[in-house]
Design a protein around this ligand. Sequence first.
Ligand code: SF4
Length: 83
Amino acid sequence: MAMKILDNCIDCGACEPECPNQAIEPGDGIYVIDPERCSECVGAFETPQCVEHCPVDECIVADPAFQETREQLERRYAQLHPA
Ligand code: SF4
């Protein structure tokens, strides 16, 4: 699953520089994650770094609209970071 930022986002931007895939951008009052670039940090970190650095509880959650296997997430990370 890609992660999703909910509308309790305070627009602080703490998550943006922590994403290894440059998947996070400022949106209209809240930050937004591009599901085509989010690998849930698979390939780079053990846990989603946006969640780790977000100061708001329950702000960044797994998006059930984007169900993906670990293999799919690994493939995405590899495609985004060619050797
Ligand atoms: Fe970026 Fe990782 Fe958050 Fe996905 S889970 S948006 S890859 S920091």
